[in-house]
Design a protein around this ligand. Structure first.
Ligand code: TXA
Ligand code: MG
Length: 314
């Protein structure tokens, strides 16, 4: 891949101009940074897959700055989809719905459905509104690595491979959006995120969680790929494995039982979630061999946090 110079800017309008000219632009959301291309620009979307090294069978999420754009993307909306949009847009929720003919196949990896989300971040919304078109965006990391929660993490992975980084604050939530498939009845939770299943069920009681191994033939293709992984080995617990001699780090909300080379004690499960991916990256920079992550109760964002930790530990 040819090296290009990646423009860094804090101006959403400048970033939008680059995108509209066919560029690929990383931008912050409330969950993680995304790597955007205009949804009707197939060449730019191709560059998103190339820059990330993303398998072509993994569909992208369309990001909108205005609920009026949903009509461009969705050919039909179920009552459940309507209710979820009403309750949670803008917010860390992606709904999967039947797509329109206009959405190019490359955006959805050939699927007849498309994921749609309206981020709840002022800078993201300013950028999306300046673009004036839906933007497809996977997380702005090299495929398989932890999602980026800071613009510096985007730079570390993608500098010289993308046109622009819109520089914002570290992302607030730090884990990717909840994904719900609304193209089937009852709707199915495909990926846990900041909006918990209990919260979703308060609006659409029928929503059920996909059983592990019940993902069907590539129902959420992204989940079968390796994800969220630091170079270090990840383990769940509060102590070192017996006889472990390497450099180990700990992250959790309580004091660990052993002495670790690095540790991050968060004041809450929310703070733990917001810090996880950046801690993974920091451990890699410091040559840590093993990262021990404390288990938390699987309610609220704890469910999403444990999902990411388990995948990283696989
Ligand atoms: O919070 C987020 O969702 C972030 C920010 C940037 O918005 N984006 C993100 O995108 O995490 P990505 O591409 O890393 O993850 C998208 C997930 C994948 O697991 C993918 O398989 C699933 O959503 N997905 C996307 N479109 C789908 C579809 N049509 N049907 C089923 N799953 C879909
Ligand atoms: Mg991703």
């Amino acid at each position: 891949m040819k090296e290009i110079s990646t423009i860094k800017t804090t101006d959403p309008k400048e970033a939008a101009r680059l995108l509209i000219r066919g560029g690929v632009v990383a931008f912050p959301t409330e969950t993680v940074y995304g790597l955007g291309a205009a949804i009707f620009d197939e060449a730019a979307i191709q560059r998103v897959f190339e820059a990330k090294g993303r398998p072509g069978d993994n569909p992208l999420i369309a990001h909108i700055g205005d609920v009026g754009q949903i009509d461009l993307l969705a050919s039909e909306l179920s009552t459940s989809a309507d209710r979820l949009i009403e309750a949670f847009f803008p917010g860390p929720l992606t709904i999967v719905v039947k797509k329109t003919e206009a959405v190019p196949a490359i955006a959805t990896a050939g699927l007849a459905t498309i994921g749609i989300r309206m981020p709840n971040s002022e800078l993201a919304l300013a950028f999306l509104r300046a673009c004036g078109t839906p933007i497809v965006a996977p997380s702005a990391n090299i495929s398989g690595r932890p999602s980026p929660t800071t613009w510096q993490a985007v730079r570390d992975d993608l500098d010289g491979r993308i046109d622009c980084i819109l520089q914002g604050e570290p992302t607030e939530i730090g884990l990717e959006s909840t994904v719900v498939d609304c193209s089937v009845e009852p709707p199915v939770l495909l990926r846990r995120g900041a909006i918990s299943i209990e919260t979703l069920q308060s609006v659409v009681p029928e929503i059920r969680e996909a059983e592990l191994g019940d993902e069907g033939p590539a129902r959420s293709p992204g989940l079968k790929h390796k994800h969220y992984s630091p170079r270090a080995t990840v383990a769940i617990g509060t102590s070192l494995p017996l006889g472990f001699a390497g450099r180990a780090a700990f992250i959790g909300t309580s004091m660990p039982r052993d002495v670790f080379a690095e540790s991050r004690i968060a004041a809450s499960v929310e703070e733990y979630a917001a810090n996880l991916f950046e801690f993974f990256r920091e451990c890699d920079r410091r040559g840590i061999d093993l990262i021990v992550c404390e288990a938390v109760p699987e309610t609220g964002i704890g469910a999403a946090l444990m999902d990411r930790i388990r995948r990283a530990a696989e």
